[in-house]
Design a protein around this ligand. Structure first.
Ligand code: ZN
Length: 153
């Protein structure tokens, strides 16, 4: 139709330039969207991510723990916890610092011999950790609480 305006000679480069700008904006928007997606799809920890993280974890202390029947009172309870929930204790640091003087790999190591029977720290850490499991806390919270409570003793 005659209504169609004929572009002047100077407009063609301008239009190409604008298309380039549009592509640049589109790329920028896509990059932002991708960034936002990566950010939101990786929210960090959630309260119920424990079974997955537990399956990814490799046991540090592999020796068997002593029978809880050998002990009485809360020491016996602590050895029972070690027998029932070795992965729990193995993911905790023992603040009696037995890693330094006894070469222990984790709190679980304290229960592979009678070390824990003579150490309040080992016993109380196990009792606290077990109580927190029953209260529904995940491994990260338990580890954080044990670290907070026992690191300053
Ligand atoms: Zn210990």
């Amino acid at each position: 139709m005659g209504k169609k305006k004929t572009p002047t000679k100077g407009r063609k480069p301008a239009r190409v330039k604008r298309r380039g700008l549009q592509v640049a904006i589109l790329v920028a928007v896509l990059a932002l969207a991708a960034g936002a997606w990566v950010y939101t799809s990786n929210p960090g920890r959630s309260a119920n991510d424990e079974p997955k993280s537990a399956s990814a974890y490799v046991r540090r202390e592999t020796k068997a723990t002593l029978s809880p029947a050998l002990f009485v009172g809360k020491i016996g309870t602590a050895y029972q916890i070690a027998q029932d929930m070795p992965d729990l204790l193995d993911q905790l640091y023992c603040y009696c610092e037995c890693d330094k003087h006894s070469g222990h790999r984790s709190l679980l190591s304290c229960y592979t011999d009678n070390h824990a029977a003579n150490c309040d720290v080992c016993v109380n850490e196990a009792l606290d950790a077990s109580r927190m499991v029953k209260q529904g806390y995940g491994m990260k919270e338990i580890r954080r609480e044990i670290d907070r409570k026992y690191s300053r003793m």
